[in-house]
Design a protein around this ligand. Structure first.
Ligand code: ACO
Length: 382
């Protein structure tokens, strides 16, 4: 009998790296970026500060932050040939696919030696964080046959993205809520897309290829794609009353169907990001008016706590993010690209860390096939 290693589906619980980017304890709902609690970061910092922290490992001074914000602003514009490339894509394609293609293409516009040139690595990181929002907003306008809106230098990263979508400068509340949503999604330890980016980076593929791989991985409905599915699902619940929603959930669970926005590989309690987002959603509704879907969401959360809370299935970050984005007037299929424009900071922090002490990923496998088969030439096969 061979002594084969144990197979762990989904590599659950298998450490894939030594890292100092993000600390996560899902048993008690503790999430920290570079050692700072997510609650403090979302209350006191902007997305730009958080991105600096993720990339450089320390919070910036005022001067350092100003330099970083200026560097991002200098990189917001996207080269015309990239827009020309976007214009060749089918307008009914998913924006995540357009984003993945564009990020991969950026590698051709900005070649460099990231293996030996650390400055190129960091300037590429800043370029990707700056340009991805411009690409997402541009694709949205291109597919609708609209004129592109150039970035506005005086606006923050969050406000500028909302501005580039429709040409309206958001209110201070809308800007703040969106900025915090970006912070909350910026990093989350060794999730599938981060792992995928690190694997691609470990081959010394260029950083654009690693981030394009991460974007593709995020697009799946079990990962980033869940946020748009949550909203579609909430809209499907015809009777959004407490009883009606409970009946809907019971019916779905009895058919062994997953309920989007619930459950997490790591968290066995309510995702701390969902707690923060929910409070922000309320502040947004106070300014912009309520949304009926929020009441359905509350009814669903309470029904699910009763039905599957004992199994550790609680709302994850995606449960409330879609409701917030909908209230901000953002189309549903841009929810996952918005996740990507935020998570890119975390992906890059991991990629930079990987490259500092790299070894190519090459896991093992458990063989389940036949061996030593006799090859029958094609004319003799029955
Ligand atoms: N609805 C109903 N039941 C669920 C749910 C859910 N959302 N999530 C897990 N369960 C149940 C499973 O049916 C399973 O039950 P069983 O033991 O009786 O068979 C048990 O909980 C364990 O579920 P797994 O799928 O094995 O858990 P895993 O850790 O592999 O998956 C995942 C985690 C993919 C997030 C899962 O909870 C899920 O599919 N959720 C819905 C999609 C979603 O919201 N994804 C976003 C995740 S957060 C993010 O990516 C930002």
């Amino acid at each position: 009998m061979t002594n084969s290693p144990e197979y762990i589906p989904g590599l659950a619980g298998v450490p894939a790296a030594r890292t100092s980017v993000c600390y996560l304890d899902g048993e008690i709902g503790k999430l920290q970026y570079r050692g700072y609690p997510i609650e403090a970061l979302s209350e006191h910092c902007t997305f730009e500060e958080v991105s600096y922290l993720l990339l450089y490992g320390a919070l910036p001074t005022r001067d350092e932050l100003k330099g970083f914000e200026d560097a991002l602003k200098n990189e917001r514009a996207v080269d015309a040939p990239l827009f020309a490339l976007l214009r060749t894509l089918p307008t009914d394609g998913h924006p995540m696919d357009a984003l993945m293609a564009s990020v991969a293409a950026l590698g051709m516009f900005y070649p460099g030696d990231h293996v030996t040139d650390r400055d190129y690595r960091f300037s590429t990181a800043i370029r990707l964080i700056a340009k991805m929002p411009t690409i997402v907003a541009a694709w949205h306008r291109i597919r609708r046959g609209e004129e592109l809106i150039s970035p506005k230098r005086e606006l923050s990263h969050a406000a500028n993205f909302l501005y580039m979508l429709e040409g309206n400068v958001p209110s201070k509340t809308a800007e703040r809520v969106f900025d915090v949503a970006l912070t909350l999604h910026a990093e989350h330890s060794m999730n599938a897309s981060t792992f995928s980016g690190r694997v691609t980076g470990s081959t010394l593929a260029n950083p654009h290829a690693a981030i394009a791989a991460a974007v593709g991985t995020l697009s799946g409905s079990l990962h980033g794609g869940a946020n748009e599915r949550v909203l579609v699902m909430l809209r499907e619940i015809e009777d959004g009353s407490v009883e009606g929603t409970r009946r809907w959930a019971e019916d779905r669970l009895s058919r062994k169907e997953k309920i989007m926005g619930f459950g997490h590989r790591e968290y066995k309690v309510k995702d701390p990001r969902a707690v923060i987002l929910q409070k922000l959603a309320v502040s947004l509704f106070e300014e912009m008016g309520p949304t009926p879907i929020y009441d359905t969401a509350l009814a669903l959360e309470s029904a699910m706590e009763d039905l599957v809370g004992a199994k550790g299935i609680y709302p994850n970050v995606d449960f409330y993010s879609g409701i917030v984005y909908e209230r901000l007037g953002i189309p549903v299929d841009l929810f996952t690209p918005i996740f990507a424009i935020s998570r890119v900071s975390g992906w890059l922090a991991h990629l930079l860390e990987q490259l500092e002490d790299n070894r190519i990923f090459r896991p093992n496998q458990i063989w389940t096939g036949e061996a030593d088969r006799a090859l029958v030439p094609i004319d003799q096969r029955g």
